[in-house]
Design a protein around this ligand. Sequence first.
Ligand code: ZN
Length: 64
Amino acid sequence: MKASKTKICKYPKCSKEVRSDASLFCIEHSRNLKNNFETVSNVMNKAMFAAAVIGLKGLMKKKE
Ligand SMILES: [Zn+2]
């Protein structure tokens, strides 16, 4: 074992070194994951909004 704190990217089948201590992934994958995360969070927001609207509609229908 080396004394250096070189980390390897956590991405499956990727063995690139991670430059930053704070990052779990290599530069390429951290960028990919950030993009994915933003996409997922956007989709989640829309889905939650849609679910809330549907839920409200459902409640209103039940009351009518
Ligand atoms: Zn990687």
